[in-house]
Design a binder for this molecule. Structure first.
Ligand SMILES: [Fe+2]
Length: 306
């Protein structure tokens, strides 16, 4: 007999699937004052290489999985299937929609995300404020969108179109960009806030990306965090990176830096109720002890350590 994964399935977060049809629906429900709170606690990016580690860690409340690595049919990867069976929230994290691109969205990609959300019984889906292709070329990277009104209008149209096809809310992540466009009509956070306001989308705050923007582009984290609409933040990413030639690279293959952990603490101090937070690790996987220590440090800074 094999044991169930030791991840907890948190009960307080609302699942759009668990309750079934409301027998007495409120015809005029009050707007949710805290629409971002669909996830709680400490999480990690599920990767096949980390499946055993994740199954053995008892304090994880959710995982995120790269949407493009999963199919909508056939068996789920071993380990991930157990989490879904156990009711652990699994968030499909897309990297290929290109929401900020000038080219039309690819319907098959949108349909894939929607089908995955159903298949994983996901509480939400996440993607990026970025473009990934142009002129028939696939960049293979998340590229920064100019913070202009025109670019915002493109994003708004695309986010609305995707959201209309998803069975759950969409959370939007700001990527770490090595290169930036010169002209901007908005500040960093104001651009995200306006996008969320006009689309009703949630936000995914990546503190390593914020650190990258601080080092590479002089963004003030304090001002950035001050300007974000907190009620719309669905969860937080933390990842490792490295400085090369004076630029911070968001590698996901290096340890989480002290500066990023300090940003976790600063973010936690701003919000009375700890936000869901997770580690992204995508290669050069460390030892179990090292990875556990990193998660423990994040949990401590985020106010989740027991
Ligand atoms: Fe991220």
């Amino acid at each position: 007999m094999t044991a169930l994964p030791s991840l907890r399935a948190p009960s307080p977060h609302p699942s759009p699937y668990a309750a079934g049809p409301d027998p007495d629906p409120d015809p005029d429900p009050d707007p949710d004052p805290d629409p971002g709170r669909r996830l709680r606690g400490l999480g990690i990016g599920w990767r096949p290489e980390l499946a055993a580690f994740i199954a053995g860690r008892t304090d994880l409340s959710f995982v995120e999985v790269i949407a493009e690595t999963l199919g909508t049919h056939g068996p789920l990867p071993t380990g991930l299937d157990r989490l879904v069976e156990a009711g652990v929230p699994v968030v499909p994290h897309g990297v290929g929609l290109g929401l900020g691109g000038a080219e039309p969205l690819q319907p098959t990609r949108v349909a894939h995300l929607a089908a995955l959300a159903d298949r994983l019984r996901a509480p939400l889906v996440s993607e990026h404020v970025a473009f990934v292709r142009a002129g028939g070329l696939e960049a293979g990277h998340l590229l920064a969108v100019p913070r202009t009104r025109d670019a915002l209008n493109v994003l708004v149209a695309n986010v609305r179109a995707v959201s209309a096809q998803l069975p759950v809310p969409l959370a939007l992540e700001h990527p770490a960009a090595l290169l930036r466009w010169d002209d901007a009509d908005f500040g960093e956070a104001e651009f995200l806030a306006e996008l969320a306001e006009r689309t009703d989308a949630l936000l995914l705050l990546d503190l390593a990306n914020l650190h990258a923007d601080r080092v590479n582009h002089g963004v003030d984290p304090d001002r950035f965090l001050q300007a974000l609409p907190w009620e719309r933040i669905a969860y937080i990413h933390v990842a490792g990176g490295v400085i090369r030639d004076g630029l911070y690279h968001d590698t996901h293959t290096h340890p989480v830096t002290r500066e990023v952990l300090d940003l976790v603490r600063e973010t936690t101090d701003r919000h009375p109720d700890p936000l869901a937070i997770m580690l992204e690790r995508d290669g050069r996987y460390p030892s179990v002890d090292e990875l556990s220590g990193e998660l423990d440090a994040i949990a401590t800074m985020a106010g989740y350590a027991s």
